[in-house]
Design a protein around this ligand. Structure first.
Ligand code: EPU
Length: 446
């Protein structure tokens, strides 16, 4: 296992280009199961989760090839093509490596009339049930049973039937649940109305690809999505939206180090809650060109600076367009150095606070009460050995370490590799002192 060794206290300066979104890419890749024709995806990030999804799709008869992409010379496009006479079983040993594997369920069931997908297990950030996915598919006529830890779903007569589907749960809507139902409904007989649909930009991107494949979808990005089912979907070519969470993470890192960076391919349009919060803290996020007049607000360039001391804020994570849970931990690392008291409430995954005890090891003053953490700003954080525990908690530790005095060792950075492509190279290129080492090497030198 690898660790990061970070010597903090250096302001980040330079440029970073945001990659295609991991959380958009996973359901987009799964949509290749809806057709026999090739799907070409561009700007696919080079991440462990994408490689896991490629492996899972290969087991399900979907082969992936890398193609040159003249638009992005350093990044091949992925071509996905499915042969349907093969396995419809997503096995536990693949699903357990990545919860998002559940997004093959809707496409498999819709295209093949049956699917067997291992039930995803627990997760470091909370229980993460899939009841809303299953209820939604049942509303479309699927028969669902559980056998040996697998979800077995069949569509009577081989095809799902459009219907009203309510996707609201105790914590709001579900992103991958909405993706599953929208994909499945695209090939169903008749019309589906998805009420309380997730409004996340990744759902809009999926609707965009499905539309290119011939699906008839209205309202993606709003809480009511209407899908008119079609007989067949075809191949398509699609460039994935940039990753709003990666962009927000680099914004927090720049602010925490009092740096001055430019972020390109930045989805500012999907980050309004984040940039408004950063503004309240004293961080300047300045679009480099006016967002009107031909500039795509999902692919903008922005300069991030932090001219003065940080101001504390109170935030609550919410479904999009609210402040995203996937940037809660990173903001907490930033607020550790805001003079005064900040309050962070987590409404999507109430236990998503694995970073709290690790930040405390670096001198942060954090007090957790249920799903709320009170942050008492401190003058400085100090480097320490800490443990990465999940993807976004790991990013928060990197931000804290970049801002801290002294050396921090972050163990188990494989969590980070699931969602941030070559983060250490990108930070080093902006002046950070960061090195990837094997944990065994550290032990030998201790
Ligand atoms: N929920 C249910 N029942 C369900 C599904 C969800 O109760 O059937 C609850 C969850 O327990 C949670 C809430 O609904 O409290 C929202 O969960 P959601 O289903 O929206 O999460 P997800 O679709 O499984 C995606 C992202 C997560 C991100 C969440 C929320 C992907 C691959 N994952 O997960 O990303 O936190 O939406 O925005 O798209 C990450 O990237 O670090 C990450 C965890």
């Amino acid at each position: 296992m690898d660790a990061f060794v970070i010597n903090g206290g250096r302001p980040l300066r330079g440029r970073v280009r945001i990659n295609g979104s991991k959380n958009a890419a996973l359901p987009l890749m799964a949509s290749a199961l809806l057709t026999d024709d090739p799907i070409t995806l561009r700007d696919v990030p080079d991440l462990a989760d994408i490689r896991n999804m490629t492996r899972l799709l290969a087991e399900l008869g979907c082969e992936t090839a890398e193609l040159d992409d003249p638009g992005l010379p350093d990044r091949p496009a992925l071509e996905l093509r499915t042969r349907h006479e093969i396995e419809s079983h997503a096995r536990y040993d693949l699903v357990r490596t990545m919860r998002a594997s559940i997004c093959v369920l809707g496409p498999l069931l819709a295209r093949r009339g049956s699917a067997r997908v291992s039930m995803p297990g627990g997760c470091a950030i909370g229980p993460r049930p899939v009841d809303l996915h299953l209820k939604g598919l049942e509303a479309l006529g699927a028969r669902i049973t559980l056998d040996g830890g697998d979800i077995i779903a069949t569509a009577p007569g081989g095809r799902l039937t459009g219907a009203p589907v309510f996707m609201g749960g105790a914590f709001g809507s579900t992103v991958l649940g909405t993706a599953n139902i929208m994909s499945a409904a695209s090939l169903a007989r008749g019309t589906t109305i998805i009420e309380a649909a997730a409004c996340e930009p990744e759902i809009v991107d999926l609707a965009c690809l499905l539309g290119k494949m011939g699906a008839h979808i209205e309202g993606a990005g709003s809480p009511r999505i209407i899908v008119h089912g079609v007989e067949r979907l075809t191949g398509a070519d699609h460039t994935i939206i940039p990753d709003r969470i990666e962009a927000g993470t680099y914004m927090c890192a720049a602010a925490a180090t009092q740096g001055d960076i430019t972020i390109t391919n930045c989805p500012l349009d999907a980050l309004m809650a984040v940039t408004t919060t950063l503004h309240a803290i004293g961080v300047v996020v300045e679009p480099l060109e006016p967002l009107q007049g031909g500039i795509d607000p999902m692919r903008a360039a922005a300069r991030i600076t932090c001219p003065g001391p940080l101001t504390p804020v109170e935030i609550t994570t919410q479904p999009h367009p609210g402040y995203p849970t996937d940037l809660q931990a990173q903001l907490m690392a930033l607020l550790c150095r805001a003079g005064g008291i900040s309050v962070i409430t987590e409404k999507i995954f109430p236990d998503r606070f694995l970073h709290v005890p690790e930040l405390a090891r670096m001198g942060a003053q954090l007090y957790r009460r249920g799903s709320t953490v009170i942050v008492h700003g401190v003058d400085s954080l100090s480097g320490a050995p800490v443990m990465a525990s999940d993807l976004r908690a790991s990013a928060s530790l990197v931000i804290a370490a970049l801002a801290a005095t002294g050396t921090t060792t972050i163990n188990r950075v494989y969590h980070l590799d699931r969602g941030y492509e070559r983060m250490e190279h990108r930070l080093a290129a902006m002046g950070a002192s960061i090195e990837r080492v094997a944990e065994e090497e550290l032990a030998a030198t201790a």
